[in-house]
Design a binder for this molecule. Sequence first.
Ligand SMILES: C[S@@+](CC[C@H](N)C(=O)[O-])C[C@H]1O[C@@H](n2cnc3c(N)ncnc32)[C@H](O)[C@@H]1O
Length: 367
Amino acid sequence: MTHVAYPVELETHWLQVAQAETRATTIRDVLRRLLPDIQRLADRFTVARPADGIATPYLRDTRACAAYSLFYAPQTHARIAHVLAELPPFPETAQPLRVLDLGAGTGAASWALLDHLGRRPVALTAWDHSRPALRCLHELFAALRRARWPEATLRTNPEPLENFVVSSEKFDVVLLHYVLNELSPSARRTLLARAARSLAPGGRIILCEPLVHEAGDFMRELRTQALADLGLHVLAPCPHEQACPLGEPCHDVRTWKISQALQILNAALHRDLRHLAFAFLVLTPAEREPAQTIRARVVGSPAHAKGQTLCPACCSDGQIHRLQLLHRDFDTAGRKDLRHLERGQMLRLDSLKPLGDPALVRAVPAP
Ligand SMILES: C[S@@+](CC[C@H](N)C(=O)[O-])C[C@H]1O[C@@H](n2cnc3c(N)ncnc32)[C@H](O)[C@@H]1O
């Protein structure tokens, strides 16, 4: 499994913004002075969450944007890279890929998508009610475009998401990263429906959200809405479109490479940043091509014993099975991957064979 490192150029850009804001000279001092700003944001996302539906812009100035971006953007970049790695390539389009980032903030999710797309022409629209965030996003794009995304264009829209309505304009990708949990349940449903009706044929909606226990299992509800009411299909992460069989919110727990500034910040903040826990859903109007193999998504912690790995997985048949993966069925690289198997990873299997123990099935990998 590969880990995409957070690009140094992005971190350097935010350090320069933070340096101008804090007037500190060394990187350590810049980061030390931002700690209270980061703490305020972290509280806003956890212990000081406002009641559902009360949208108070917290990216209220450049300093808050720099604090947000130095602490959260590397995590976002890694999460989006994990999500995009699960997807088939984006379909070819005659014109630049039209991407709409709803609740774009300072652009972290968009930059990860643009990095993934390389030199592909992209027309990015970033929508957020925070003007300072969109200004910062615009400045970063202007500074790094030529070197990183020379074929991309940017348009920003400083408005509340409630103003996003269906028009004749269609998008190939609608990104909603860590936004829906800040909206009321009815605002989430409305936004998803409007996003669905704004998709071009073959387009994709990419939803990614934190596990916020007070918000309930809203991703499961949105999945049901998407399949039952909006005529969408699930491109990832589910290996089937039956009712979700999990007894808890479906999520990934992934390891990643922590960026340098974040390591320095976390020496003072002491957050558990080794793992990224998040929920995601990628929806499309186009029916998915039938898979050639059985797909199984790891939905719990794998256990390793001599010669075998056991893990619960959500499988193409719509059921959760406890898989027995015998190491002898894998080549050297496959055995190494098994040792690092993570919650959320997708396995491609040739067969599932019942065993004497009804709680266990033997999973044979696809060749
Ligand atoms: C946690 S941040 C995520 C930002 C960005 N998507 C990212 O991944 O870095 C949530 C963003 O949603 C925006 N937002 C929240 N509620 C909004 C609303 N009702 N209208 C417009 N923007 C909103 C916030 O201003 C903020 O930039």
